[in-house]
Design a protein around this ligand. Structure first.
Ligand code: NAP
Length: 367
């Protein structure tokens, strides 16, 4: 069982509502077990989506609470190994991976190598491999302690931006000459726009009125529009919809606007919806196709191309980080929040759609 001393639990019926609970420590470590003490983690809309799909995509099963009304919202972050009965995973090692919002997590280490290990706990085997892997920072030549906040905040999102663009490129953008991106102010969306900067395809941003100035300030789109402007977009070019908003009404309007010019609908996110369902009898044109980064990585692993992929990805990710946190003109300010009480407030604001895209939230565990 996971040993969590203090944790922030999420009410499944209202993702913005959380409560801090104490859990008695586990008695003694069993063979193969490792205690990971969480140090810092990021919280973005992506984590809210994990919770929104907690039942459908089984994220609630990963870190059991024993209380059916509450679940652990998963987050990405850095931890230290503070106890270990797994040879090859040494006390003091720094790791990156998937965690509950909690002080500590006990994992059952397997597949241990220089680069990392996996958690073999049976309740974690219902999700793609990436969610159960812990990267040993000492074995990662792209690791930099100074970039931990950027890495925690962007890595899980940028890997999605990157694999989605890979997928679209491999398919020659399905013949599109322009890509319309919704929720363009989200990190996943502008990571994709950054990846597309040298491709021969126009990138058109759609965003909320509140976030338009932020998206314009990025300077990586050919045009930036508010959602009210969908009916004015240039529908003369073959167009691909890269959907981060997941809003069914917005999707209907985009499909209606582009008609036969819409060549593909790539559904990546659902910042404005709690349903990934693409079944909509009122929808004209191509059916939305869900893109899941974790499946892409599983495919790379199955084909033996995962190492080559990561070499390319990590080099490009470093360039992306350089741009995002460029001290001369940073895209966002990374704000460190202290403790699980502060994390509760970050979650509430994100769930209510009140976060500022110009800020990225990191939570530090206070010891
Ligand atoms: N398929 C995959 O493999 C995969 C992997 C990673 C992430 N994702 C998805 O990508 C999406 C973006 O995640 P992120 O962490 O990059 O987001 P983020 O940086 O936190 O950006 C959030 C943006 O989403 C919109 N938004 C959020 N909450 C809203 C609300 N309640 N009402 C209206 N608009 C709201 C706003 O953008 P606008 O005003 O611009 O709409 C906001 O600026 C998530 O749905 C996430 O699950 C998918």
């Amino acid at each position: 069982m996971s040993d969590i001393r203090r944790r922030l639990m999420t009410r499944k019926a209202d993702i913005g509502e959380t409560r801090i609970a104490d859990i008695p420590a586990q008695d003694a470590l069993r063979e193969g077990e490792v205690v990971l003490s969480l140090d810092r983690f990021s919280v973005t809309t992506n984590n809210i989506t994990y919770a929104a799909y907690g039942d459908a995509l089984r994220y609630w099963t990963l870190f059991p609470t024993g209380d059916a009304a509450f679940g652990m919202m998963p987050v990405w972050g850095f931890a230290d190994v503070t106890a270990s009965r797994a040879p090859g995973v040494e006390i003091g090692a720094r790791v990156f991976g998937y965690f509950p919002m909690a002080d500590t997590l006990v994992v059952q280490a397997e597949k241990i190598g220089r680069g990392g290990f996996a958690d073999a706990s049976p309740w974690r085997q219902t999700v793609p491999d990436i969610y159960n892997r812990y990267v040993l920072c000492a074995g990662d030549r792209h690791y930099s302690a100074a970039l931990e906040n950027s890495e925690a905040l962007f890595r899980p999102l940028f890997i999605t931006s990157y694999t989605a663009v890979d997928f679209l490129r491999e398919n020659r953008f399905f013949g599109a000459r322009q890509i319309v991106v919704s929720s363009a102010s989200s990190k996943t969306a502008y990571g994709a726009a950054w990846c597309l900067k040298d491709d021969d395809v126009r990138v058109i941003a759609l965003t909320g009125a509140r976030n338009r100035a932020f998206v314009e300030s990025l300077g990586i789109h050919d045009a930036v529009h508010g959602y009210e402007a969908v009916e004015t977009l240039d529908a003369s070019l073959p167009t691909l919809y890269l959907d981060l908003a997941g809003d069914p009404e917005l999707r209907r309007r985009v499909h209606a606007r582009f008609g036969p010019a819409l060549v593909y609908d790539c559904l990546v996110g659902s910042t404005q919806s709690d349903s990934f369902t693409a079944d909509d009898p009122a929808l004209t044109g191509p059916r939305p196709v869900f893109f899941f980064a974790a499946t892409c990585l599983d495919n790379h692993r199955a084909q033996g191309t995962l190492n080559a992929f990561y070499e390319r990805f990590l080099a490009d990710q470093s360039r992306f980080f350089e741009r995002v946190v460029d001290p001369a003109s940073p895209w966002i300010r990374i704000i460190e929040h202290q403790g699980l009480e502060a994390a509760a407030q970050v979650v509430r604001r994100l769930a209510d759609g009140l976060s500022d895209p110009a800020e990225g939230a990191i939570v530090r565990i206070v010891r």
